[in-house]
Design a protein around this ligand. Structure first.
Ligand code: SAH
Length: 396
């Protein structure tokens, strides 16, 4: 096995169990390693630190599989780690009954570059690192064993793969392919999930609890749901007794699925729902000119900052959309606003929202902090895992 030897002092994050080794921390590589190969990571004084997956193309030059001396990285390792991740979720009552569940949340489950979402008896797998790519078959086997799922579909088509020098890979890799869009119940609402053509693995499971929260605050309110995707927040608002729900997305196929999802729930008052295919930035300016107002506004935009390098441009986009939101909020209205950008931390996001309120001339206060559901844990040693942050703000 090749040895990756760090520069003096660069062992510190690893001693705190942070799983990334940046290119700038590496002194030298002893021996030969291809992309994804397992290497031993040693401190400058040759003290053993970890076993990691080597990725010569990436700024994150290696991702740690194990901090346990002597632990072998083989098929059994992935079987064990995946079984642990599944067992963790089974031990949490709030997750036990969920048909849609994130089973493996990458670094925070000790499996860097590996995401697995379960929708009923279908699992969707996403591999984003050279190390994960190398162990694909072991990971598929581990998921089948831990879940007994009927089928696995791979959606390794995230743009972050390019940073690791990996091409997109998609397709069915276990069991009988599904011919149709599958349906899962979520908090009492049926949702169609297109695991082949939808975004990411087909659905945004991370917002499950926040969608439920919307059903609790929506009664009697006029609701504006921007970036609605397949209508998760919109349908929960209708279930919660909203007076009217206007939902916006720039994606026609997402809105088609949203309308189909509404039809899957005939008990909901469909006449109170309105769908608009538009750029949210333009639509909100238009509403402002038309003098419209809303009692509850949800802003769940896509990732504007994939990494810290994009943070400036992203910060402007968040400020703009939140400023537009504040301007459309009726007195005592609620704004539920999110950022899923890894490059924008919780503190910075709060400052951006504060700036947006100021610019819109609104006095407002945080009444709740919002985060991803429990099946998207954040490793204490890996704060980067906390990508989704949100605020529920009430304006005067
Ligand atoms: N809240 C959703 C997930 C939102 S994902 C849920 O609970 O499922 C972000 C969405 O923003 C995507 O559906 C994408 O199509 C949409 N989007 C991206 N840019 C947009 C823009 N400029 N205007 C409107 N929608 C946009």
């Amino acid at each position: 096995m090749a040895k990756l030897i760090l520069l003096p002092g660069k062992e510190r994050p690893l001693l705190k169990r942070h799983p990334w080794i940046f290119a700038g921390a590496v002194g030298r590589l002893e021996g030969r390693a291809r992309p994804g190969d397992t290497v031993d990571v040693l401190a400058d004084d040759l003290r053993w630190l970890a076993r990691a997956a080597y990725s010569p193309k990436s700024d994150v030059r290696a991702r740690v599989w194990s901090f346990t001396p002597g632990e072998t990285i083989d098929d059994a390792f992935f079987k064990r780690r995946i079984a642990q991740a599944v067992a963790r979720r089974e031990s949490l009552p709030q997750l036990r009954e969920q048909a849609g569940l994130r089973l493996v949340h990458a670094e925070s489950d000790g499996l860097p570059g590996i995401i697995a979402d379960r929708y009923g008896d279908t699992v969707v797998l996403q591999l984003t690192s050279a190390g994960a790519e190398k162990w694909r078959q072991a990971i598929v086997n581990g998921l089948v064993q831990a879940t007994g799922c009927a089928r696995i579909h791979e959606r390794s088509d995230s743009e972050v793969r390019a940073l690791e020098g990996l091409e997109p890979v998609t397709g069915w890799c276990h069991g009988q392919p599904l011919e149709e869009v599958l349906t899962i119940p979520e908090n009492g609402i049926r949702m169609g999930v297109d695991v082949v053509g939808g975004h990411k693995t087909g659905f945004y499971l991370d917002q499950r609890d926040n969608r439920l929260l919307v059903s609790r605050v929506a009664a009697g309110r006029s609701v504006l749901n921007c970036f609605c995707y397949t209508g998760g927040f919109s349908l929960q608002a209708l279930a919660g007794g909203a007076a009217h729900v206007l939902s916006i997305d720039s994606s026609g196929p997402a809105l088609d699925q949203a309308r189909a999802n509404l039809a899957l729930n005939p008990e909901l008052p469909a006449a109170r729902a309105e769908w608009l295919e538009a750029d949210a930035f333009l639509a909100l300016r238009e509403f402002r000119r038309a003098g419209r107002g809303f009692d509850l506004i949800i802003l769940d935009p896509p990732k504007f900052a994939p990494s810290a390098a994009h943070a400036d441009r992203a910060a402007r986009a968040y400020r703009d959309i939140n400023m537009l939101g504040f301007r459309l909020l009726n007195p005592r209205g609620l704004l539920m606003t999110y950022s899923c950008s890894g490059g924008i931390g919780q503190e910075l996001f709060q400052r951006i929202v504060a700036g947006a309120a100021l610019e819109a001339g609104r006095e407002a206060r945080i009444i709740q902090r919002l985060t991803a559901a429990a099946d998207h844990p954040v490793g204490l040693a890996y704060p980067e895992g906390e990508y989704l942050k949100g605020l529920m703000v009430q304006a005067d």
